[in-house]
Design a protein around this ligand. Sequence first.
Ligand SMILES: Nc1ncnc2c1ncn2[C@@H]1O[C@H](COP(=O)(O)OP(=O)(O)O)[C@@H](O)[C@H]1O
Ligand SMILES: [Mg+2]
Length: 224
Amino acid sequence: MISLANVSARFSNTIGVEGITFEINKGEFVCITGPTGAGKSTILKLLYMEIKPSSGRVTVEEFDSGSITRKQIPYLRRKVGMIFQDFKLLNDRNVYDNIAFALRATGYKRGDVKKMTARVLAQIDLNHRRYHLPDQLSGGEQQRVAIARALVVEPYVILADEPTGNLDPESSKSILDILINIQQKGTSVVLATHDYNMIKGMGFRRIHLVDGKVKEDSMDEPAE
Ligand SMILES: Nc1ncnc2c1ncn2[C@@H]1O[C@H](COP(=O)(O)OP(=O)(O)O)[C@@H](O)[C@H]1O
Ligand SMILES: [Mg+2]
């Protein structure tokens, strides 16, 4: 389970989010919406424990923002996969190595690295591109590699921060389909987007932020 209990994150001269409380259960698909500056990325960074709350408490499974140590952060990051608008791939490594890197870095055995990497490459349908460098791929393909990299450690949740912000409508749709497929296989997905139209009518839970606060937490009505 994921929970934020009365969480605020203040920066030196601004407020990122204030008094945020919600829970996310295993396998949920949750959209965090709101205009630019509303606090969407701040919430994802809190869940990734890249920033700590100024007050309140964030928990992700057994990890608690109040007590997590620096040594535990890599273990948290196996539970929380993050993807970004700008992909953040390693540009001097091929697709396979971009995905395998996270596994090698966390000490998986050679045979397991091979097996796990092959499995996600098939899942995102990019096996035929495995020896390509990121700049030899389209934006949509690069984002699929980033998703595979996040997924390969079999996380509890995938956090996606404006993952389609740099993509054309067709690639955006394919990324959204992959995220839905991931959720259907039992992984929670948290999608932050300023573009509510992208997910409207899909029947997802929507947490709408305005000025760092939850304005609405509701289930979207599925379209007929
Ligand atoms: N590192 C930071 N330092 C200072 N202010 C920040 C920092 N990160 C975010 N903020 C501020 O916090 C607020 C929320 O930002 P953010 O979470 O990035 O919003 P969103 O992702 O919804 O566009 C904004 O006012 C932003 O300027
Ligand atoms: Mg943002």
